[in-house]
Design a protein around this ligand. Structure first.
Ligand code: 5J7
Ligand code: CA
Length: 511
């Protein structure tokens, strides 16, 4: 009895840290700006069979329609109401997506924009994705409803009501982020209204939330909102499941707000991860892959069980946000695949894969002046994600998650789940390798010369299919074969000019 009480107390305290993916599934993918109908199809035709655990979707609530510039991606971060009505689809389409994805074991994580509403300077009217009227000038959002009392105008002490100094936590939390009307989340009405929105999503069947702009909300206030949330829908989740929470806090170590302030609420985005991994793979600042031996907490990152990790996100992949130029994206495919491969092989953190659209980059003085461009569209209507005969995506959807090297590493992570980090090897430079117990092994060559080494893999003897250069199909391998001998050793040869200079083998790629 005592033991049972202790267990349930631990279960209660730790529930919001469980990612709520189906058992054995270890990653989610951010299908940035996708339509709900396309996500539903993707869950059924690709994500479920390939072992993806979930999808982070773009904000599903009504937002401002920005016409100058024309329909930027960031208009979805300016809420008008909590109606489920955006360029991605309406409420019925959202519900259909959640149901169909859940039914094939792929769970939905919603990007929750709850720190603010629209920009203060946006004109009054009905330029919104569902046609709801709003008046930023008078703080009127009748479709919620919010009115002047529900914003932090009185609380913020700066001259223009905006955040002027990132050294002042009061400004960061109670003033306007780039002019966005800041919600008075310490008011019970506002808290309850936000919680009601999130609860509607939970009841529909979502598994958790990315909490946008968490840095700009007091951790204690966030907790008060989280405490109001329902348990997950028992049609798909065990009784008593709490939503998975991951908070967007950009903490590269130089500001007054620290990620650790948010650990009590759930996971936190570890922005150092992509910034540092990009620096290492680009060999900037004297970095080399050999230094990755103690990757994770050893690099000053947050505890692994709190970290939501990614190589790039929708913001920093366009030069915005944290990390700057070191961030690797699909625009640098060779290094990008290595970075994502390393992330998915390494045990640190809960992993999110990015899936992007292509846009016309145009650099002026090193800055992409087209960083605002929204998703592929016809007159503002988001284009369908078409699938080519070779399984890649059309209509300018990049679909990094469908690249063989990335898709197969998502499966690698599932196969090695729970296995320790073992058999590290490096050449003192940019050739490294490591294993995950007796279930998987990966080797990288980011040097300017060939890798040719016999390494201890930790794997049982046999012939394995390298899942980077090919696939195991019908008991054969379309890529490189690796022969592991009885003592666990295998010889690896990776040319520095290989298309993908890394090799990965795992228990289920054994022939
Ligand atoms: C906040 C931070 O604390 C931070 O460290 C950071 O890197 C970015 C932001 C940030 O978050 C937002 C969240 C939202 O829900 C909506 C938003 O509009 C923002 C946002 O604008 C934002 O900051 C932008 O990007 C930073 C790199 C700049 O330092 C900020 O000044 C700001 O840039 C502004 O972007 C431009 O000044 C302004 O002219 C332009 O109109 C505006 C366009 O909006 C965005 O770029 C949206 C970014 C965004 C970032 C996110 O991380 C996110 O989750 C959602 C949106
Ligand atoms: Ca705020």
């Amino acid at each position: 009895m005592k033991f049972f009480l202790l267990l349930s107390a631990i279960g209660f305290c730790w529930a919001q840290y469980a990612p709520n993916t189906k058992s054995g599934l270890t990653s989610i993918v951010h299908l940035f700006e996708w339509r709900w109908v396309d996500i539903a199809l993707e869950c059924e035709r690709y994500l479920a069979p390939k072992g993806f655990g979930g999808v982070q979707v773009s904000p599903p609530n009504e937002n401002v329609v920005i016409t100058n510039p024309s329909r930027p991606w960031w208009e979805r971060y300016q809420p008008v109401s909590y109606k489920l009505c955006t360029r991605s689809g309406n409420e019925n389409e959202f519900k259909d997506m959640v149901t169909r994805c859940n039914n094939v074991g792929v769970h939905i994580y919603v990007d929750a924009v709850i720190n603010h509403m629209s920009g203060s300077g946006v004109a009054a009217g009905t330029s919104s994705t569902c046609g709801s009227y709003f008046n930023p000038g008078t703080r009127d959002f009748p479709a919620v409803p919010y009115s002047a009392w529900d914003f932090n105008d009185g609380k913020c002490k700066t001259e223009n009501g905006g955040i002027e100094s990132y050294n002042d936590p009061f400004q960061i939390r109670d003033c306007r982020l780039v002019g966005l009307l800041d919600l008075a989340l310490e008011k019970d009405y506002v808290r309850s209204t936000v919680a009601e929105y999130l609860n509607r999503l939970i009841d529909i069947g979502v598994a958790g939330f990315r909490i946008d702009a968490s840095k700009h909300m007091w951790p204690g206030v966030m907790k008060a909102i989280l405490d109001k949330l329902h348990n997950l829908n028992t049609t798909w989740f065990p009784e008593g499941s709490k939503p998975f929470i991951y908070q967007e806090v950009i903490d590269l170590g130089s500001e007054s707000i620290q990620s650790s302030e948010y650990f009590g609420n759930g996971h936190v985005t570890e922005f150092k991860y992509g910034a540092k991994l990009g620096t290492v793979l680009r060999k900037w600042n004297g970095e080399k892959m050999a230094y990755l031996k103690n990757w994770g907490e050893g690099w000053g990152f947050m505890p692994s069980d709190r970290a939501l990790v990614f190589v790039d996100n929708h913001d920093n992949q366009r030069g915005h946000g944290a990390g700057g130029a070191s961030i690797l994206t699909f625009w640098d495919p060779r290094l990008y695949k290595m970075a994502v491969g390393f992330m998915l092989a390494h045990p640190y953190g809960f992993t999110r894969v990015m899936s992007s659209y292509r846009w016309a980059r145009h650099f002026v003085n090193g800055q992409d002046v087209n960083d605002w461009i929204g998703p592929p569209n016809n007159n503002g209507v988001i284009k369908e994600v078409t699938i080519n005969p070779d399984t890649t995506c059309g209509n300018d959807w990049v679909c990094e998650h469908r690249w063989r090297q990335i898709r197969n590493m998502v499966m690698f992570r599932n196969v090695v789940d729970g296995q320790p980090f073992t058999n590290w090897w490096d050449n003192g430079s940019n050739q490294v390798a490591f294993g995950r117990g007796s279930r998987g092994f990966i080797v990288f060559n980011n040097d300017d010369w060939t890798l040719s080494s016999t390494l201890q893999t930790g794997l049982p003897a046999g012939t394995y299919c390298d899942v980077i250069s090919g696939d195991k199909v019908g008991g054969d391998c379309t890529g490189i074969k690796v022969y592991v001998s009885g003592d666990g050793n295998a010889s690896f040869f990776i040319s520095n000019s290989a298309e993908d200079p890394f090799i990965a083998i795992h228990a289920e790629s054994k022939l």
